[in-house]
Design a protein around this ligand. Structure first.
Ligand code: SF4
Length: 263
C-alpha cells in the first residue's frame, strides 16, 4: 500500500517536473520574442520618419502652391534688388559727400596759401605806412643826425646807380643805418619826391630798390655867398654895370680857401 503511494507520488513528481520544464522552455521563447520585438520597435520610428520625409519631399506641388512659391521667390528677389539699390545709392551719396569735403578742404588750403603768400609779400615799409601818419613820415628825424646832410649823402650814393637803383639794404649797410631808421628815411625821401621806391623780390623776400628822382638843392655851396646880403643885389645883372663878372665880393668869396668838410 505504502509502495503504491510512493510510486504514485514519484509519478506525480515526474509529471510536475515535466510541466515545469515545459513552462521554462515556453518562458524562454517568450523572452526571446519580446527582445526581438523591442529591437524592432527601436528601429521602426527612424525608418518611418525617414519614410515620412521622403514621402513629403516627393509629394508634387499643386499649381496653386507652385504659383505661391514663384510669387514668394519673386518678392524675395525684388527685396534683394531693392536692398542692393539702396546700398548703391548710399555709397554714391557717401562718395559725393567725400568728394565735396575734399574739394572744400582743397579750396580752404588754396585760400590759406594765397593769404600766406600775400602776407609774405607785405613789407616792413608797408606796415610802417599803415602805422604812421603822413606827418610822422615826412618829419622823421634820427636823433643827433643832421637829416639834410644825411639826405644829401643818400642822394650822392644812389646817384651812382643811376636808373638801375640801389638795394635799400645795401644803402643802410653803407650808411651804417638800422633797417628801422633806413626804412623810415626811405619813406620820408619818397614823400619829399627825392627818390622812387621799386618793390622787388630779392632772395625770396620782398624789398625795395631806391632810384634817385631828383637831387635836392644843397645850400652848402652858397654858404656865405655875398649876394645873399648884397646891398646892390637889385641892380646886379650879368650884362649890367654892376655884374658878377666884375664883382670884387664874388671874386674874393670864390677864391677864398674854404675849410674841408668832414666826410
Ligand atoms: S655879384 Fe656882387 S654885386 Fe652882384 S649881387 Fe652878388 S655880390 Fe652883389
Amino acid at each position: 500500500m505504502a509502495k503504491k503511494k510512493e510510486e504514485k507520488l514519484a509519478t506525480e513528481a515526474e509529471k510536475l517536473k515535466a510541466e515545469l520544464d515545459a513552462l521554462k522552455e515556453k518562458k524562454k521563447k517568450l523572452d526571446k520574442k519580446e527582445k526581438t520585438q523591442k529591437k524592432a520597435i527601436k528601429k521602426t520610428p527612424a525608418k518611418s520618419k525617414k519614410k515620412k520625409l521622403t514621402a513629403k519631399k516627393k509629394t508634387p506641388l499643386t499649381p496653386a502652391e507652385k504659383k505661391a512659391e514663384a510669387k514668394k521667390k519673386a518678392a524675395e528677389k525684388k527685396a534683394e534688388a531693392k536692398k542692393k539699390a539702396a546700398e548703391k545709392k548710399k555709397k554714391a551719396a557717401e562718395k559725393k559727400a567725400e568728394a565735396k569735403r575734399k574739394a572744400e578742404e582743397a579750396k580752404k588750403k588754396a585760400e590759406e596759401e594765397k593769404r600766406k603768400e600775400e602776407e609774405a609779400k607785405r613789407t616792413f615799409e608797408e606796415e610802417l605806412e599803415e602805422q604812421l601818419s603822413e606827418e610822422e613820415i615826412e618829419n622823421f628825424q634820427i636823433e643827433k643826425v643832421d637829416m639834410e646832410k644825411l639826405t644829401n649823402k643818400v642822394c650822392e650814393v644812389i646817384a651812382k646807380y643811376e636808373s638801375e637803383g640801389m638795394l635799400q639794404s645795401e644803402l643802410w649797410k653803407k650808411l651804417k643805418l638800422s633797417s628801422r631808421d633806413g626804412s623810415r628815411l626811405a619813406l620820408r625821401l619818397e614823400r619829399r619826391g627825392i627818390i622812387n621806391r621799386e618793390k622787388i623780390l630779392e632772395k625770396g623776400r620782398w624789398t625795395y630798390k631806391l632810384i634817385l628822382k631828383k637831387t635836392p638843392i644843397s645850400t652848402v655851396s652858397i654858404e656865405n655867398a655875398p649876394c645873399l646880403i648884397c646891398p646892390v643885389e637889385q641892380k646886379c645883372s650879368i650884362d649890367g654895370e654892376i655884374s658878377p663878372r666884375t664883382c670884387q665880393w664874388i671874386e674874393e668869396w670864390v677864391t677864398e680857401v674854404k675849410p674841408k668838410k668832414a666826410q
